[in-house]
Design a protein around this ligand. Sequence first.
Ligand SMILES: *Cc1c(COP(=O)(O)O)cnc(C)c1O
Length: 182
Amino acid sequence: VVKADGYGLGLAETATALSQSGCSVFFVAQTNEALALRALLPEAIIYVLNGLPEGAAADFTAHGLRPCLISMAQIAQWQAHCQATKAHPACLFIDSGFNRLGLGETDIADLAGSPGLFEGWELALIASHLACADTPEHPMNAAQLERFRHALTQLPAAPTSLANSGGIMLGAAYHFDMVRPG
Ligand SMILES: *Cc1c(COP(=O)(O)O)cnc(C)c1O
């Protein structure tokens, strides 16, 4: 995760060093950061955490950017764009906490009941974010792990990601397929 100018260390410096060390998947918060990163790393997989802005799908696919879809409207927008062009990859971002950006329990139930919403685009990742991972003893960590696992049982099979830096330290149960250290 190289958002906020690589946490103030410089996007170019951090992303280049990470890429040279073998990192191939990057996360940024906003579209403008993703475009700057794309100019540096033509081959990298780049996810935009803040979601898909209205009307931005064509710009995203033109630059090979993957949105983290955080609402039913964004899923519909991505699906419509893909059905008009081709199947592009995106991430489903789940709110496993209690007030974070992302798809909530009602949305997940709606998705589970509407498999057609997954047609025409590539579900490349299912992710969520731990709110309190910097406090290992916080009960929220286990609660979010449980909610994330429960959401996964309702969704199509796809690679999964939950842990930020603090989450990595919580142990293997939190690691899933990919971690997102910042
Ligand atoms: C910022 C962020 C990260 C990285 O968080 P750190 O605590 O800096 O490791 C991971 N995932 C998401 C969704 C983020 O917003």
